[in-house]
Ligand binder design. Structure first.
Ligand code: IFM
Length: 477
């Protein structure tokens, strides 16, 4: 927990070695539409699966919803001014599909698109590069009613939506990512059901993962057709997966979870095939009959960049008869076919999400993507931590979050020195926000949000990050 009695955390830098990042390194912060916008029923927006889910009793802690969130929809100007104060070079945001295409099909909603035009124009006016994510989990509810991501047609609907957004914003947005963290959409949304739409069926989760990637591929093609100069990529959330011991059964457990968490997406997207061992692991779950000829060619449509979200590492062990899974992974499982693999905690420091802090895992992850999969430019499109924050005398001295960022930026630098073409880093998150099934109970922001007054307070980590950006690195004064 943050210690409010500590000296101003910005001094932490002075005791560390200086590190400089490559010229032009894209320093940013990220958010997502449903997590910050609010205005859920304004400007022609219709419900997404997250509106339905959060309004269903028992789904989100304390019944929190994104109805108001950080009210960013009404505070766009001051929020961009805060970004400028921090010196952000880029801001990664997502477009709310049901705001710009209510219901998920048919014509665009001009009022919805205007909001994003104003946002992008405001960013550009402040010299901040907009980075647009098309899908950060808010599927229009009617598309879920028609089958959701397990249904193939949703991929085609995503391509249509992409064209609408590209036509409207392609003249002023250079960087685009199609999906954010398709693993979460597929395996938390349709596998364990802890995320919207809250369905629990392993085969559906696998189908959803495939159709998300198909939608991505079709979306890339739609973007290229509409805006040939756009720089297009996808964001995946990756974890190093480590066996708890060298015992062959633990090593095999790690292989299985690595298959589901990482290779399920990396291989189709960057190699155009599903890993054979993963398909064998899933044999009892699905026959992959949903994969049609030509799908993998679409899914592996060439990209300009890859976004990596990194938070922690998984350490896993072979099943033990009668053992209870860790609470977070309890049935229904988000690991179809590998439900009984055990997730092991090592006793190292954790964040308020109970995620182990493991900065070396970022080096490992970036090196793996580069060395095993692609020469494309990589970006850390999310990295950050939740901690309990306290406002003391109008300040939030979040030393733990600051230390997390510091350690992970050092890891990012180490990856660059090892040859990884890492071109940018986006802190998660710009501001505290709706943390999905945890509602507003987990704070990831560099900017504290008082949800009653909507007052924003830049935390120590934000002031520190502004210095990092100004210096283009971590440097002693
Ligand atoms: O808040 C989320 C974000 O929406 C996606 N990546 C992980 C973050 C922290 O859980």
């Amino acid at each position: 927990m943050s210690n409010p009695a500590s000296p101003p955390a910005v001094d932490v830098l002075d005791e560390r070695s200086p590190l400089t990042f490559p010229p032009g390194f894209l320093w940013g912060a990220a958010t997502a539409a449903y997590q910050i916008e609010g205005a859920a029923a304004e400007g022609g927006r219709t419900p997404s699966i997250w509106d339905t889910f959060s309004h269903t009793p028992g789904r989100v802690v304390a019944g929190h919803t994104g109805d108001v969130a950080c009210d960013h929809y009404h505070r766009l100007g001051p929020d961009v001014a805060l970004m400028a104060e921090l010196g952000l070079k880029s801001y990664r945001f997502s477009v709310s599909w049901p705001r710009v295409q209510p219901g998920g099909s048919g014509p665009a909603n001009a009022e919805g698109l205007d909001f994003y035009r104003r946002l992008v124009d405001e960013l550009l006016a402040h010299g901040i590069e907009p980075w647009l994510t098309l899908y950060h989990w808010d599927l229009p509810q009617p598309l879920e009613d028609a089958g959701g991501w397990p249904a193939r047609d949703t991929a085609a609907r995503f391509a249509d939506y992409t064209t609408l957004v590209a036509d409207a914003l392609g003249d002023r947005v250079r960087y685009w990512t199609t999906l954010n963290e398709p693993w979460c959409s597929a395996f938390l949304g349709y596998g364990s059901g802890v995320h919207a739409p809250g369905r629990s069926d392993g085969a559906d989760a696998v189908r959803a993962g495939h159709h998300l990637m198909l939608g991505h591929g079709l979306g890339v093609q739609a973007l290229r057709a509409a805006r040939p100069t756009a720089e297009v990529g996808v964001t995946v959330n990756l974890y190093p997966v480590t066996p708890a011991s060298e015992a062959p059964a633990d090593v095999d457990a790690a292989r299985r979870i690595d298959g589901l968490a990482n290779r399920f997406f990396l291989d189709p997207l960057l190699r155009g095939s599903y890993p054979a061992d993963l398909m064998a692991d899933l044999a009892e779950v699905t026959d992959f009959g949903h994969v049609r000829d030509g799908d993998l060619a679409v899914i592996s449509t060439p990209l300009d960049l890859v976004g990596v979200n990194y938070y922690s590492r998984h350490v896993v062990a072979a099943p033990v008869e009668g053992a209870e899974p860790e609470a977070y992974w309890r049935a229904p499982s988000c690991w179809p076919g590998s439900e009984d693999v055990r997730f092991v905690t090592r006793g190292v420091p954790v964040t308020d999400m109970d995620w182990e802090i493991d900065a070396p895992g970022l080096v490992e992850t970036l090196r793996r993507v580069h060395e095993e999969y692609t020469d494309l430019p990589l970006y850390v499109t999310e990295n950050g931590s939740a901690f309990v924050d306290a406002v003391v005398d109008g300040r939030v001295d979040d030393v733990d979050r600051l230390a997390y960022f510091d350690a992970h930026l050092r890891a990012a630098h180490e990856a660059i020195e090892a040859g990884v073409p890492l071109r940018g880093y986006f802190a998660w998150s710009l501001m505290d926000n709706f943390e999905w099934a945890w509602g507003y109970t987990k704070r990831f922001g560099m900017i504290y949000v008082d949800y009653d007054s909507q007052v924003r307070i830049p935390k120590s980590s934000a002031r520190w990050y502004a210095e990092v950006i100004r210096r283009n690195g971590l440097a002693a004064q």
